[in-house]
Design a protein around this ligand. Structure first.
Ligand code: LLP
Length: 427
């Protein structure tokens, strides 16, 4: 579900015409629908409400402070992975006690920041890291909570190799055997109290099954640890819930919840979820303008004013992003967003960016309505891992970000300038 819909052949976000918007703010621009973003959060909260979860929005998926604020105002916690994300969470008005902090390489400075800010949980990734957090907390006279990240050795076969994390051979967390020893060594520490178990098996995960397998293993471990006298009051089941890159491809929240909730209900555990993509993904598009149409051999290239520097997912993960012109004739209206569009009269093209790399491809061998210089394309499901992974490669300023609220829009990040590119350089 999202609010990027055609009216009389023109694409709107909520009640704002994207052609009109592009006329005012230019392109490329990330455009977010407030209502879609909030509705996704509300839906996941409702689906899991039987276990009264703490939903920690994964800031890494889309971290604009204005978006963080929308969810913080709804009572969401935040999932962070760096000092920079703690800073963003704070600016967005998040409740620090609802923050979970993961990541295998937390620096001393970041750990001190987390302790100073009184974040809720450190998700612990290794023995060495635990010792460091506990010793920094001790030296600061602080106490914090730790959730041990356990690697349950399950994976979704549909998850890309670069984003699967649940298998034994990843850098994340510790396996179940090591988890037992972990508690034996550190389970009674006074400064970092190990009271939680954390799971995150990958992203995106296209069914509830891998979660179920992972949670079962975690619950067995929790029973065992409780039997040995450890207090385990929190189970963080991570993120990774899918977003519809193609219409109807991902399960809805209720389908995940139907399998997960009965497993964890009544276990006297605080349940934490860390969704990112499923909230932000379809709440945002990347609006781009066609610069040139070019024939190369038997191929037709549509060259646009954005590329791998601003949406790296196709180049990095061979990810599919549906894209379509913002202005279309009636027989080209897309009633679904799928890879193989059935409409008549489509062109077969590669949509590419301006970056000086052959891999700068946004869509390969894609069927699109014929486009010409100046036309606008909307690249869908770009809200998650879009802007946050954008770079200044080839000295390209990063796009503007706009938030749509009904028939209003507001700039939530201005377009970068050439001066921004050199601002941090000591000239
Ligand atoms: N929790 C942890 C510990 C994570 O590592 C992640 C994502 C999440 C939560 C949120 O996952 P989500 O609900 O957004 O799927 N850049 C890649 C995705 C990398 C995901 C990294 N971790 C992409 O564009 O597909």
């Amino acid at each position: 579900m999202d609010l990027f819909q055609y009216r009389d052949g023109q694409l709107f976000c909520e009640d704002v015409s994207l052609d009109a918007l592009a006329g005012e703010v230019g392109t490329p621009t990330y455009v977010y629908s407030r209502q879609t973003f909030e509705t996704h959060y509300d839906k996941i909260a409702r689906a899991f409400e039987a276990v009264d979860p703490l939903i920690c929005y994964s800031i890494k998926s889309c971290g604009n402070v204005h978006l963080i604020k929308l969810l913080a105002d709804r009572g969401a916690g935040m999932d962070v992975v760096s000092g920079g994300e703690i800073h963003r969470a704070k600016l967005g008005g998040a409740d620090m006690s609802k923050i979970v902090y993961a990541g295998v390489g937390k620096t001393d400075e970041e750990i001190r920041l987390g302790l100073d800010e009184g974040i809720g949980w450190f998700n612990i990734e290794s023995e060495a890291e635990f010792e460091n957090i506990a010793s920094i907390a001790r030296s600061m006279g602080k106490t914090t909570h730790g959730a041990l990240r356990v690697n349950p050795d399950v994976a979704d076969p549909n998850t890309h190799a670069k984003t699967t994390t649940g298998k034994k051979e990843t850098k994340f967390g510790v396996d179940i055997d090591r988890a037992r020893q972990f508690f034996a060594h550190y389970g009674k520490d006074e400064h970092c109290r190990l009271t939680g178990i954390h799971l995150h098996i990958g992203s995106p995960i296209y069914s509830a099954e891998p979660y179920v397998l992972a949670i079962r293993k975690a619950l067995e471990l929790i029973d065992e640890l409780r039997g040995q006298g450890y207090t385990i009051d929190t189970l963080d089941i991570g993120g990774g819930y899918a977003a519809d890159y193609e219409t109807g491809k991902s399960p809805d929240y209720a389908q995940y919840a139907a399998d997960i909730v009965p497993l964890v209900a009544g276990k006297d555990l605080k349940i934490i979820l860390e969704p990112g993509r499923t909230i932000a993904g379809n709440a945002g598009i990347l609006l781009t303008r066609v610069l040139y149409v070019k024939l190369g051999g038997r191929k037709k290239f549509v060259i646009v004013d954005t590329g791998m520097h601003q949406l790296i997912r196709p180049a990095m993960y061979d990810a599919f992003h549906f894209m379509w012109p913002t202005n279309v004739a009636p027989d080209h209206l897309p009633d679904k967003r799928i890879a193989e569009m059935p409409n008549p009269g489509l062109d077969l093209v590669d949509v590419v960016g301006p970056i000086c790399e052959t891999g700068d491809i946004l869509a390969k061998a894609r069927k699109l309505p014929p486009v010409a210089r100046g036309d606008l394309l909307a690249i869908h499901t770009a809200g998650a891992y879009g802007m946050c992974m954008a770079s200044n490669y080839n000295a390209m300023p990063r796009p503007a970000e706009v938030l749509i609220e009904g028939d209003q829009w507001r700039l939530i990040r201005r377009r970068e300038t050439y001066d921004d590119l050199t601002a941090a350089e000591v000239l």
